[in-house]
Design a protein around this ligand. Structure first.
Ligand code: GLU
Ligand code: MG
Length: 458
């Protein structure tokens, strides 16, 4: 099976090589996202793409226990200087990087030297979960919505690209060339840009892109971020996807939108459940909400995440749901009347840009499927800001405050049989060790120091 996939990718690399060179593309950036949420890269000249696709590019397995501060932790299975992994480029996803002339990009899977998928490969994990969904005759359309902070950085001086007003045409005029270059670059790369706007916080912008299958959407998240970094660099700016870029300000979300499909039917519309959900979609979302305290360790995995995940900031700090409720961790979006069959979807708001998108996609599916298996029903809908409810009202509506620190979130994750089983022990243990390592590294640190340490890492 693996052999066939690699053979097809090699064939594709052979077809692409001359075309890429004719387009002036001479090097390929090959990425994977590690358990700390950092996107790693190795590059090869286009002339060696075919060889790299067949045999992979070497990477030390220690990067699966890499921390955000560039230190390493270890598990029973991983750590230390010995060993090698092969990063196997997926040439079917390869595209030119429009903001990095002469460069193309492709995501990779981690293989062992024996030619098997490595147990820690986050992209393989997401694919395995998507296959589980297919085995239940469902598929998922998913999109990562990105908020980021842009600034000019000179020495220690960080000058944000704008200071508001939020959502304003005034800001658009200031960032006009930058925003246009970004939209053009993404469209040239074949990314379906859906919307762009100046966001609420200082220096903050937002882009939404078209949904794709779970692995494809995670790949696009990597590409969109790299393109934002590229366009930013060309304008003399730096981009940050860190959960918080300025202490005390509203943070950068990495919200997920997903819909579930059975053949060509959107399971979030036309059913008998709340706001037209089908029973399957309801059970899936209920599964996600049930698992949310553990899932935030995956979707809001950094120490800095918990400076963002606070009430009254539209970050979704409470495990509950509501139609168009922007303070609920799970916002149900029905779309405009007349579009619901295609538009209805669920947004998970509590996640941010320090998350590994492959792990997020895979874990959401695992949690949702466990809800389907248990035929869970949704808790009562929350139609107000859950942070304004009394403790008694929260209890009645089954609203839970999400973990308030990384330590707290990891404690929930460690108890999650659903996620452990889905990830398998090697990946699960490595991921937990990285989270524990980061929590320890920043224990007792001031917020400002935490924000500084994370600002330019993702
Ligand atoms: N910036 C907010 C967050 O931290 C989200 C704002 C919005 O709803 O778009 O997630
Ligand atoms: Mg937003």
């Amino acid at each position: 099976m693996e052999g066939d996939v690699i053979a097809a990718r090699v064939e594709r690399a052979r077809e692409l090589t001359q075309t890429l060179i004719a387009q002036g593309i001479r090097a390929v950036a090959l990425t994977n996202v590690d358990n700390s949420g950092i996107t790693l890269v190795k590059t090869v000249p286009v002339s060696l793409l075919e060889r790299a696709t067949r045999f992979g590019i070497g990477l030390s397995p220690i990067f699966d226990v890499h921390l955000v501060n560039d230190l390493f932790t270890s598990t029973g299975e991983l750590g230390g200087p010995v060993g090698d992994l092969r990063l196997m480029p997926d040439t079917f996803i390869l595209r030119p990087l429009a903001a990095q002339p002469g460069w193309a990009w492709a995501p990779t899977d981690q293989f062992t030297q024996e030619g098997e998928p490595f147990a820690c490969c986050q992209r393989t994990f997401a694919r395995r979960m998507a296959e589980r969904l297919s085995a239940e005759s469902m598929s998922m359309r998913l999109a990562f919505e990105l908020e980021w902070f842009v600034a000019r950085v000179e020495g220690d001086d960080v000058t944000p690209i704008h200071r508001g007003p939020a959502y304003s045409a005034a800001v658009l005029a200031q960032v006009s060339d930058y925003a246009r270059d970004l939209i053009v670059a993404l469209e040239d790369e074949g990314v379906g840009v859906e919307q762009f706007h100046p966001e609420y916080a200082t220096g903050q912008l937002e882009i939404s892109v078209a949904p794709g299958d779970p692995v494809g959407a995670a790949d696009m998240d990597v590409l969109v971020r790299q393109t934002i970094r590229g366009v930013s660099a060309r304008h003399g700016y730096r981009a940050s996807f860190a959960p918080v870029a300025i202490v005390g300000e509203v943070g950068n979300g990495g919200h997920i939108h997903f819909s579930l499909w059975e053949d060509s039917r959107n399971l979030f519309a036309g059913g008998n459940g709340p706001h037209g959900m089908t029973a399957q979609a309801e059970a899936f979302v209920a599964g996600v909400i049930d698992e949310l305290p553990a899932l935030v360790a995956v979707g809001a995995p950094s120490v800095a995440s918990y400076l963002r995940l606070i009430p009254h900031h539209w970050a979704g700090a409470f495990a509950c749901w509501g139609r168009e409720n922007r303070e609920a961790a799970v916002r149900f979006v029905t779309g405009m009347v007349g579009t619901r069959e295609t538009a209805a979807n669920t947004e998970v708001k509590c996640f941010d840009g320090s998350a590994n998108p492959y792990l997020v996609a895979g874990c959401l599916i695992a949690a949702g499927l466990s809800g389907v298996e248990r035929k869970l029903r949704l808790p009562p809908e929350v139609t107000v800001d859950p942070g304004t409810l009394s403790a008694k009202e929260q209890e009645q509506l089954k609203v839970r405050r999400l973990p308030e620190s990384l330590d707290d979130a990891v404690a929930h994750l460690e108890k999650s049989e659903v996620i452990r089983e889905a990830m398998g022990d090697v990946l699960f243990n490595a991921f937990v060790a990285v989270r524990r390592g980061e929590a320890e590294a920043f224990a007792g640190k001031e917020d400002a120091e935490v924000v500084e340490a994370h600002r330019w890492r993702y």
